[in-house]
Design a protein around this ligand. Sequence first.
Ligand code: ADP
Ligand code: MG
Length: 382
Amino acid sequence: MLDLDALKARYRSVVGAEPEGLWSAPGRVNLIGEHTDYNDGFVLPFALEKKAVIAGGQRDDDALVIVSLELDEEVRIPLADLKPGTEGWHSYLAGVAWALREAGHAVGGANLVMTSDVPLGAGLSSSAAIECATVATLADLYGLDIAPIDRAKLARVAENAYVGAPTGLLDQAASTLCEVDNGLFLDCRTLETEHVPLPMADQGYEMLVLDTKTPHSHVDGEYGTRRATCEAAAEILGIPALRDVTDLDEALARLEDETMVKRVRHVVTENERVLMAFELARTSDLSELAPLLDASHASMRDDYEITVPTVDLAVETAKKEGALGARMTGGGFGGCIIALAKAGDADRIGQSIAAAFKDAGFGAPEWFTATPAAGAGRLAGP
Ligand code: ADP
Ligand code: MG
């Protein structure tokens, strides 16, 4: 649980004054649509109740003072010293100030004292939560009029150009734009978005999010190879991106490499599943999403080959214990799974997965029940 009194107390001890306000932005899970973003495809994330909160205020000395309660560190950076490629956790906040200034927004000095309960590096986008909360803070402190989608894009510039992580818009779009009880459909080519209802509690369901805590290894190389294979396939097929495959069988028949066939099949069928999930969520009982979650997992396991034993065991156990549908979520090689369950079942399923992990000699997972939450904004108060 976030301790906002501790946050405000820390602000007072660092700055010697009350914060001008509190701003927050959430982490997210991707309901469906994995490795589709860089193929110009579709994704469907929703925001978590876990979030980053910043106590903020203006400074008149043209510097940023950045504090994280979790890391118990305080950094002071003159605005004139902001430069891309700066290492360290504070770059996720400083990079946003840099991105805003590069885009011509008049942002001056600021105190940014933050806390977050989004787990770091679990694939729930603790990084976007910090960036998007920083955009919200600086925009309000300096009276900037920036449309929500442009806020997400600026947060992405911070992550891509300043921190140096080549990610798509998924995380920042979800953290900025999501609404309570809704998922966010994002077309990664046009960057068009649409909210889609996910009234889990109303329909008697809940969503388990379980972090397998598998250490990521060699992930960067695997991601790069997958991406390169997709680009090579698109080139052979003579299309801008795999998003443009219209006849899967015909496309696969034109590819000789067995691995390439599997990768293309995942991307194309995953895009279809996102579109189906989008339609179903708009019109039906959410339980009809369950087979799509299962099919997505099988496709990531067998065709895209990005799951690992912990993740597969977690998904299998969830299904055995009565989950309606389950899949790995995130880039792969560890990270989290999600499982759609009947209300009241999620925690029991989490416990069964923990027991199965113990039997298999794996480390202990962590889990929680997720409800689609709101995107970035100002909290009441301070
Ligand atoms: P993810 O976004 O999946 O959680 P990333 O590697 O993209 O993983 O981002 C994690 C990084 O974000 C951390 O290594 C740290 O630099 C920064 N970060 C996340 N949460 C905090 C926090 N509470 N305090 C300081 N830095 C944080
Ligand atoms: Mg991240």
